[in-house]
Design a protein around this ligand. Structure first.
Ligand SMILES: Cc1cc2nc3c(=O)[nH]c(=O)nc-3n(C[C@H](O)[C@H](O)[C@H](O)COP(=O)(O)O)c2cc1C
Length: 300
């Protein structure tokens, strides 16, 4: 049975990855999950300098998922290179580094620092709805997305994945803009902007007022968007949004994703990623599928 998939020349043992920001760099999860079983670990977003993140409270439970406004708290690229990359290199899995920034220059600095490191791909987070300084514009305007994609592509030594925001009118247009500007792949969806109000306090639950919605409730939106992008571009797609089990992951693969990522589900079930890997294999056996490519994009 073949579960290997290749994206921009990088071959993954299976199509299951962690979604950025929900798995750290795998250190906390290593106790539960055998990282060797995963197609890739996608790290939390890393910037050129440490970011403290947003004031608390910055997570809240909602029906069918959660809101977060972490604000991309991260230790900065220096600590990341020294601490996180050597940790991940101990495992037989691919490393995808999620990159964030407030300006194009910030992104390029991180990308340049990673050029000499042994990481497999870069995922460029242009879609975080919780960072106010302008990063929001990169992911929500096709012209800005195009500019940052081209700038990063020029500097990057590793293949680049542009992570798309669902907070747009036409996601396929964004995927096309990324492809035209040189992206090697796109990943989607990032979180959907949401809000929760505490009626007793008559105030916002999150200090940031708004937060990114993720978890099972966003899955139908995400599957629809992956399908639309798969019809619009020929670069590979990494699908995510509400995946909790193998059945969820299979929907994304059938809609046209070459790989999938598990996000908020890790907080409820730390074994989720490994269970998705095993569940996909069990499904393939049951349905007598020899090669995972038989189901990728099978729904037209
Ligand atoms: C707490 C939290 C932190 C996140 N941090 C990042 C991040 O640093 N970079 C990024 O591109 N996406 C980030 N995301 C978005 C996820 O990677 C994913 O795209 C989104 O949550 C949808 O998947 P899910 O419904 O499986 O969680 C974060 C999500 C959560 C819940």
């Amino acid at each position: 049975m073949n579960t290997k998939v290749t994206i921009a020349g990088v071959t993954f043992k299976n199509p299951v990855m962690t979604a950025s920001g929900t798995f750290g760099s795998g250190m906390e999860y290593g106790e539960f999950v055998d990282l060797n079983q995963l197609g890739a670990v996608v790290t939390k977003g890393v910037a050129n300098v440490p970011w403290p993140g947003n004031p608390t409270p910055r997570v809240a439970e909602v029906y069918g998922g959660m809101l977060n406004a972490i604000g991309l708290q991260n230790p900065g690229i220096d600590v990341f290179i020294e601490r996180d990359i050597p940790f991940l290199k101990q495992y037989d899995t691919k490393i995808i580094v999620n990159v964030c920034g407030k300006t194009v220059e910030d992104y390029l600095e991180v990308v340049e620092r990673l050029a000499d490191t042994d990481v497999d791909m870069l995922e460029i987070n242009v879609s975080c709805p919780n960072v106010k300084e302008g990063a929001i514009a990169f992911g929500q305007r096709a012209d800005c997305l195009s500019d940052i994609t081209a700038a990063v592509k020029k500097k990057a030594r590793q293949p680049i994945i542009m992570k798309l925001s669902p907070n747009v009118t036409d996601i396929a247009e964004m995927a096309k803009a990324a492809e035209a500007a040189g992206a090697d792949a796109v990943s989607l969806i990032n979180t959907l902007t949401g809000m929760k109000i505490d009626i007793r306090r008559r105030n916002f639950v999150l200090a940031n007022k708004t937060g990114g919605m993720s978890g099972p409730a966003v899955k139908p939106v995400a599957v629809r968007m992956v399908y639309q992008c798969a019809r619009a571009v020929s670069i590979p797609i990494i699908g995510m949004g509400g995946i909790s089990n193998a059945e969820d992951a299979l929907e994304f693969l059938m809609a046209g994703a070459t790989a999938v990522a598990v996000g908020a589900a890790n907080f409820i079930n730390p074994y989720a990623t490994e269970e998705v890997v095993k569940g996909i294999e069990a499904f393939m056996k049951e349905e007598k599928i020899q090669d995972i490519h038989e189901i990728i994009g099978c729904v037209k």
